[in-house]
Structure formats: C-alpha cells, structure tokens
Design a protein around this ligand. Structure first.
Ligand SMILES: [Zn+2]
Length: 477
C-alpha cells in the first residue's frame, strides 16, 4: 500500500510589528473587498443530500449565492485574503486551483489564502466533491465541470480585485451569542421542539458564540463584517438555491449596513444542526437570530486589532483506518447507491494498478491578527476542536472548520471512540477508507500547536518582507 505524496512545505510569514508597538496614528491596516454572484445561470445539480431529484432550475432561488473576498494588509505590507462562499464544499482540486491562481496572479502562498464554504445544502454540486451522492449523466457531469472551472476563475479574479481595492482601515473584534445550533448526536431531532418548549437543556457539547471581525473606514462606517457560527447550514432541503440561514443573516446585515460586505464562515459545526428545521420561515428566523447576534456584538465595546499579521500553514499527515477488501468493494458495488459508486471507483483505481493511499495531506492554517488567533481546519470538523483550542489558546481564538479542502468528517478522539456518522463515512468524500485512524485528533493538534507557536513567535521566520503586489507577482510569473 502506498502513501499519497505528502507535501512537506511549510509556509510562514510574520509581520514584524506587534499591535502594542504601533501607535494608531502611524500605522494602519489596509483592507479591500470584492464579490461575485455565483447563482448558477442554467439548471445544475445541487449538493448536500442524496436520493432526491437533484437538478435545481436556474430561476428557482430563494436568494442569490455569493463568493466574497476580504483582502487585508498589515502595517509591514504582509497580506492575506479571506474568501467566503455560499457552497456546500470545495474539493482539493478546486482548492489547489485557487491557490495556484492566487500565487501566480497575486504572489500569495497557501498561508495567506483562507478559502471557506458555508456548507449550505442548497448550493451547487462541484467537481470531485460529494459527487457520488446522486448518479450523474455525462451531460450533468459536463455542466458541473464547466461551473466549477468558472467558479475557480471567479474566486481568483475576486482575490486580485480585493487586493487592488485596498485602502486604509481599522479592524476590531467582538463576540455575540445565539443558540439555535443543537448537538445532533446527543438529541433526537423530533424531540427538540418539545424540550425547547419545556425550557429544558439540550444535551451534548455546542459552541454558541458568534465571533465578529469588523472592518471600518476612516469615517467609522462599516466596510466589512466577518462572522461565524458552528452549525450545519441544513435548515432547508428544497431545490431552491440559497445560502440557508447564513445567506439570510448576510442579507439582513447588508441591509442594515448599506455598503458593507457581510461574510459568513462556518465554525466547527459538523455535529451541530439548526433544530427544528425544514421551513423557509425557520431559516429566515435563524438568519435573523444570527444577524441580531452580530448586531449585538457591533454595539458592544470592541477590541481593536493592531495592524500586525502572521500567517502559517502546513499539511498534517492523517492516516486512514483499514482499506476495504476487494470482496467488500464488490459487495458494495452490487448494492449500488452512493456507496456503490464509491466502491466501483476504488475497484477501477486498483485495476489500473494504482494502490489506495494510506494517508492524506490535511491543510492546517493559523493566522495571528494583532492578538487574535484564527485556526482554520479542513473538512467537517466537530465542535470539540473549537472548545479545546479556545480553552487552550484563550478567548481571542477563532476556530473555523470547512476551510480549504472538504476532506471528510473530522472527529475528535471522543467522537471517533463513540462512532456514528461524524466518526466515519469518509466514503462520501471520495476517501479510500471509511474512517481515519484513531489518532486523527492527535495529529491535527500537533500541527496546530506547531503553527500557533510560529505565529506567536515574533522572531521565528520573520523577515519583515512585505508581500509582493499583484503587479509584481505577475511580472515575476
Ligand atoms: Zn455536513
């Protein structure tokens, strides 16, 4: 058995200025925004669920889907971009394409690009991501490929545009709270309305905080609000395009702050659902609750973020549990469905002489903005990671799941030991095993520890070099 080639490259860039050393009058952030509508223009497969009539018409939308970019530049010229998307998931191939485009056009390395999806289950299917959920005709596959190609290009275009738009700005951090997320492993969906009505506590770990980053222009007006919540965007399962509750929250915020760009990132919501659910009315309600939590955070005294930025990235090597045997794959293929399509793919791969990988390169990224720590993890990350890192690294820590590569469910050791949906089902993510090895959390924790130490260290790797401008990157390419 072979191991998929594991890139060992580690990127680290550190601003030389710490927030405490920079008088506000002398140094400042620069920030720029850009956005593009990505609602499919022709009928397209929808991602998120199997076993439903999967083609959503172009005209049938609850609201539009968006790619939004916030570009930031610290006082020493070091840059980074946050990309939020109303998408269910992006495959490794799309992540790699966006990073390569951002490198060639804008001189950014992987440590400087934060690519996230909201995980909306009423967004379009993308190439190599959840594509076994429903059978695809050749024509549908072509449409998915075309849409994905255009999307990757759009994201790179918007990264370049946001970088070119940057003007002086101030950044601050605050936090709100809302409680519609429910631990779906510990509460039966059907019981939740009654438990809520009785005012009794729901079971299981949750993270109900709403971290908020506010970008303001010199006149104090809000230019961008980046906010997160740890909860599946699965209120809806219809065939109307939408960003689910997160889409409604962003619309509410952009209405109450004209000219501002509202950007949602998914937290560690793999084991969290908005409950009860399945109506547009509830979806609007949860969006309103989330927007209200952001507004509450905006009214509170915020923590100013000094214009210092450190960005670090590495691949952790995550080992797979045992591979399925040929007999098991043949049995699954005969059974059909999503798992049958997965098994048939693995059989084809083996017949072509390509062994199944023993491990997977797992992207881990850590940013330090002033004294804020942003930890971005790939895939569907359970809430234990957020609670653990906040306890370990302090309250100014934000933990983002669903970043970069929709690699698989990412259980903690606790969830892995307990088993169940979030502990496995890696076949749904095209992985060559049904789950990770039991040390998955240890391996991620070790990578996060290394990167946090790097961004917290002022000296390690710091060369005070400003990032190249897009024009300089283009000339060098
Ligand atoms: Zn999910």
């Amino acid at each position: 058995m072979s191991t998929r080639a594991l890139p060992t490259v580690v990127f680290l860039s550190l601003s030389t200025l710490l927030s405490t050393e920079v008088p506000a009058s002398e140094a400042t952030w620069k920030a720029g925004t850009a956005r593009a509508k990505i609602t499919p223009e022709k009928p397209l497969m929808m991602a998120g669920y199997g076993g439903r009539e999967p083609v959503a018409s172009a005209a049938n939308r609850l609201h539009d889907l968006w790619v939004k970019v916030l570009a930031l530049e610290a006082a020493d010229g070091h840059r980074a971009v946050v990309v939020t998307t109303d998408l269910c998931g992006l495959a490794k191939r799309s992540y790699d394409a966006v990073c390569e485009g951002a490198r060639q056009r804008c001189g950014l390395d992987r440590s400087q690009v934060k690519l996230t999806c909201s995980h909306t289950h009423t967004g379009p299917l993308l190439r190599e991501c959840f594509e076994d959920f429903n059978p695809l005709t050749d024509e549908q596959r072509r449409d998915v490929d075309q849409y994905t190609d255009a999307l990757e290009k759009t994201i790179v275009d918007k990264i370049a545009e946001a970088l070119e738009n940057m003007t002086p700005a101030t950044l601050s951090a605050s936090e709100g709270f809302t409680d519609f997320a429910v631990n779906r492993r510990n509460n039966r969906e059907a019981d939740v309305p009654e438990i809520r009505k009785r005012g009794e506590p729901l079971q299981g770990p949750v993270d109900h905080t709403v971290p908020v980053l506010v970008v303001r222009a010199g006149d104090g007006s809000v230019r961008a609000v980046v906010f997160g919540y740890a909860c599946h965007t699965t209120t809806l399962n219809t065939l109307q395009w939408s960003g689910d509750y997160a889409g409604f929250a962003m619309l509410d915020l952009e209405k109450s702050h004209p000219g501002a760009q509202a950007m949602f990132f998914q937290g560690c919501g793999a084991d969290q659902n908005p409950l009860p659910r399945r109506s547009v009315e509830l979806c609007r309600q949860y969006g309103g609750m989330l927007a209200a939590a952001v507004e509450e955070a905006l009214r509170k005294p915020a923590t100013p973020i000094g214009p210092a930025l450190a960005t670090a990235f590495e691949y952790a090597e995550l080992k797979f549990d045992r591979h399925p045997t040929m007999a098991e794959l043949q049995e699954e293929t005969a059974r059909g469905g999503q798992k049958g399509r997965w098994a048939a793919r693995l059989i084809r791969q083996l017949e072509q002489g390509q062994p199944l990988a023993d491990s997977c390169p797992y992207p881990v990224q850590v940013w330090r903005l002033g004294e804020q720590l942003w930890i971005s993890l790939a895939g569907e990350v359970v809430v234990d990671y957020s609670l653990h890192y906040k306890a370990k690294y302090g309250a100014a820590t934000w933990v983002h799941g669903y970043s970069h590569d929709m690699v698989a469910h990412v259980p903690s050791r606790r969830v892995w030991n307990e088993g169940g949906y979030e502990a496995g089902y890696s076949d749904q993510f095209n992985q060559p095993a049904e789950r990770w090895a039991g040390d998955v959390e240890d391996r991620i924790n070790a990578a996060v520890d290394r990167l946090v130490a790097k961004v917290k260290s002022r000296l390690a790797g710091s060369d005070g070099r400003r990032s190249r401008t897009c024009q300089e990157a283009r000339r060098a390419a």
